[in-house]
Design a protein around this ligand. Structure first.
Ligand SMILES: Nc1ncnc2c1ncn2[C@@H]1O[C@H](COP(=O)(O)OP(=O)(O)OP(=O)(O)O)[C@@H](O)[C@H]1O
Ligand SMILES: [Mg+2]
Length: 342
């Protein structure tokens, strides 16, 4: 943990203030689009359109939504990279765009799509530079590095230039880089993008431990609902720059009436599976011996699997999670008739 004392800023009373606080935050981009030779039109994009929320210290929150929803723009404002067009924002009592450098010592950021490491340098040298930049005490730095190397399996990679790392290796390197200065909050913008199943599991376990042992506050953006399911007790959904949902993941499934899919491989081709005892299950597709069964995401797959195994010649199966886009699309469709989503 950082040895910094809690900052209390004038006009922002310490009591009752959350660790991260957004109040009707806005970001409007002016974009010019070429419509012809020497001709163009100006347009405004409301990337973040009045978002308010509070995150308490130690929370792990999922921040999800479809492409272009405004997630990365929010994170850029939270780190001070972008200045808001309206509303207000505080992280640990600090206004990020006004005091970006002071805030930098207390936050860590991982942009899955882009590295913060030096492309031509071995990982070890990038970390050394960060050690100096953040003025981390030597013993602290070594302890943090050792821990990251062990838990993220970086031992073999420390002397490899970043450009030679695979995407998954580079991502683990980036996560370590974001943590060497003991940040109190970690923003992760798609940290599992392009990772294989084993690397994803490793990264998730690492983040869970970090949160449990150090109380690091985590804001996580992802298109993989499993990340959220395994890490976050709370999820916020944004679409078109607005907050559509803030609550438990289970509640999101209910609101979005989302479904998971059981992919069943039978030993031979059979007519569509029908289970009298499970009326909410529908067989949605049959392809040779493989069948796809949709069932409510809020239900457990276990009894369903047991029934199928008892009644059909089962060879193999797997469960597919609903994708966030589908959940949001349904939520959106349902919200339109004037039904508020909470
Ligand atoms: N620098 C910029 N200039 C102009 N428009 C921008 C800029 N950055 C983002 N936008 C626009 O703002 C909107 C929100 O973009 P943002 O990157 O925040 O989305 P996102 O939720 O992170 O999406 P994704 O899931 O694809 O990463 C998009 O319409 C995007 O085109
Ligand atoms: Mg993004």
């Amino acid at each position: 943990m950082s040895t910094d004392t809690e900052t209390s800023t004038a006009g922002h009373p310490g009591a009752g203030a959350a660790f991260i606080e957004l109040d009707r935050l806005e970001k409007v981009f002016d974009v010019r689009r070429r419509t012809g030779f020497l001709r163009g039109e100006r347009r405004q994009v409301r990337a973040v359109d009045g978002i308010s929320f509070r995150v308490e210290r130690g929370e792990m929150v999922g921040y999800i939504g479809p492409n272009g929803a405004g997630k990365s723009t929010t994170i850029k404002m939270l780190t001070g990279i972008l200045t808001p067009s309206g509303g207000s924002l505080r992280v640990a009592g600090i206004d990020p765009s006004r005091e970006r450098t002071r805030l930098a010592h207390r936050i860590g950021v991982v942009f899955g799509q882009r590295t913060t490491l030096w492309w031509d340098l071995p990982l070890r040298d990038s970390y050394r530079l960060m050690h100096r930049m953040y003025r981390v005490p030597d013993a602290r730095f070594r302890a943090n590095l050792d821990r990251c190397v062990e838990l993220l399996d970086l031992g073999e990679l420390l002397d490899v230039p970043v450009r030679q790392l695979s995407l998954g290796q580079r991502m683990r390197g980036d996560i370590a880089a974001a943590l060497l200065h003991d940040p109190e909050v970690l923003y992760l913008d798609e940290p599992t993008i392009g990772l294989d199943v084993v690397s994803k599991a490793k990264v998730r376990q690492f983040l869970r431990d970090l949160n449990a042992e150090r109380g690091t506050t985590v804001l996580l953006t992802t298109h993989d609902l499993t990340d959220i399911e395994q890490l976050c007790s709370r999820v916020m959904v944004i679409d078109h720059g607005r907050l559509m949902y803030d609550g438990a993941l289970a509640g999101l499934h209910e609101v979005g009436e989302s479904e998971r899919t059981l992919v069943v491989d039978l030993e031979r081709e059979l007519p569509p599976i029908r289970l009298e005892s499970e009326p909410s299950v529908r067989t949605v597709k049959v392809e040779g011996p493989r069948q796809w069964l949709a069932f409510p995401a809020s239900a457990s797959a276990a009894p369903l699997v047991a029934r199928i195994a008892a009644e059909y010649p089962l060879a193999d199966l797997s469960v597919r999670e609903p994708d966030i886009e589908a959940v949001i699309a349904k939520m959106y469709a349902r919200e339109r008739p004037g039904e508020p989503v909470t």
